[in-house]
Design a protein around this ligand. Structure first.
Ligand SMILES: [Zn+2]
Ligand SMILES: [Zn+2]
Length: 389
């Protein structure tokens, strides 16, 4: 079939929205009509070249939602009409990690920067070339084929435009606080970098009962947003934030510092490290340039041992998507987790470059592409048609 998708052809480059060919799903795959996709900062790294991939062109996107329209012959627990959200780590269900309840570390995740399908080969083609998929997904497409291990069935009463956010930003941020930092009642927590992930680390820390959720971002507007999601204080200067954390902990420092900046450089890790107390935790969630090997300023292994500190990397909120996503959607249905409020702007697929420009300008918590949303020009034409009709 023909569909439309946003591809990157060179690094650094831009998103190019164009017509593509999409094959039928293979035996283990499903064809999905997409409803919405969140615009995660991580996909911007494919455009800038901070993250290298197996080959180009590549269709971006990993935070999607949609409706299953066709299933392969070996797909038994997903049916036509099911509502799904995507998982940017496929979960095979059989490897050591899946078997031990850590599906976010599934061995099948090894392929997510290669571009081909978990079952091998490519389903999307453009201008005579195979199109790789970001995270074995590629949700920046009106229709897409996914492996059954890459989708999670959800309650069909939940609106798909907000459900897509749980597919990456919400699970990643929320779990960074609840699982990686293990925030407890009364804790003092630094959340450094307030974007689509950081804002959910704020939510996770606040819902866990933290006494102080201290948001840090260079942009004041983001600190205001953070307060609406449970932050108790906001600082544009990380040194001032650390000083505040020490002032409310008898000089000891925060219980945890969660690094959710769009690009985590080692100097930021150093600041977080010296901002936590004995036996405190620094969580590294945000993506760093994959070639950075600079030392962490001030890092000292003696101090780390004597102060029993922990630097904890966190992937996908250290949670299994099939467990965490339904839990988070239940929290949404119960009115505790805010999802609707996360969407600060809705775009059509054609507006994707503008959407990323807005994200980088700090105008969005989360921008979402709605595939049914038509570009403003077409909307005007439709209104004219409607008025004629
Ligand atoms: Zn993401
Ligand atoms: Zn597995």
């Amino acid at each position: 079939m023909k569909t439309r998708a946003a591809l990157v052809w060179e690094q650094p480059g831009n998103w190019q929205v164009q017509e593509v060919d999409l094959d039928d799903p293979g035996p283990t795959e499903v064809l999905v009509e997409m409803v919405a996709t969140g615009l995660c900062h991580s996909d911007d790294h494919f455009v800038t070249g901070d993250i290298h991939v197996g080959g180009l062109p590549l269709v971006g996107g990993h935070e999607g939602s949609g409706i299953v329209r066709k299933v392969g012959s070996e797909v038994h627990d997903i049916a036509e009409g099911d509502h799904i959200i995507t998982s940017f780590i496929p979960a095979c269900g059989k490897c050591r990690w899946c078997a031990s309840g850590k599906q976010n570390l599934c061995d099948a995740g090894a392929i997510i920067l290669q571009g081909d399908q978990p079952a091998g080969g490519f389903r999307m083609h453009a201008d005579g070339r195979d199109v790789g998929t970001a995270s074995a997904l590629g949700t920046f497409a009106e229709w897409q084929v996914y492996d059954q291990t890459s989708v999670v069935k959800i309650d069909p009463t939940i609106p798909l435009d907000v459900a897509c956010l749980v597919a990456c930003g919400v699970q990643t941020g929320f779990g960074s606080a609840t699982n990686a930092a293990e925030v407890r009642s009364g804790d003092v927590v630094l959340v450094i970098g307030i974007g689509g992930v950081g804002i959910n680390a704020v939510q996770g820390a606040a819902l866990s009962g933290a006494a102080h959720v201290i948001a840090v971002d260079l942009i004041e507007q983001k600190l205001d947003w953070a307060r609406q999601f449970g932050a108790t204080e906001g600082f544009t200067d990380i040194d001032e934030a650390v000083e505040f954390a020490k002032s409310v902990t008898n000089g000891q420092g925060a219980d945890s510092a969660i690094l959710t900046a769009g690009l985590v450089h080692n100097d930021l890790i150093g600041k977080a490290y010296w901002g936590i107390r004995k036996a405190g935790t620094v969580v590294i969630t945000g993506v760093s340039p994959d070639a950075e090997d600079a030392p962490i300023p001030g890092f000292n292994a003696f101090n780390m041992a004597m102060f029993q500190k922990r630097i904890q990397g966190a992937l996908y909120g250290m949670a299994s998507p099939r467990e965490a996503m339904p839990m988070l959607l239940r929290e949404y249905q119960a009115g505790r987790l805010k999802l609707d409020e996360l969407i600060t702007h809705r775009y059509s697929l054609d507006e994707i470059n503008q959407a990323y420009a807005d994200m980088k300008a700090g105008k969005n918590i989360r921008g979402v592409v709605e595939f049914q949303k038509v570009a403003p020009v077409e909307q005007a034409a439709e209104r004219e048609l409607a008025s004629v009709g």
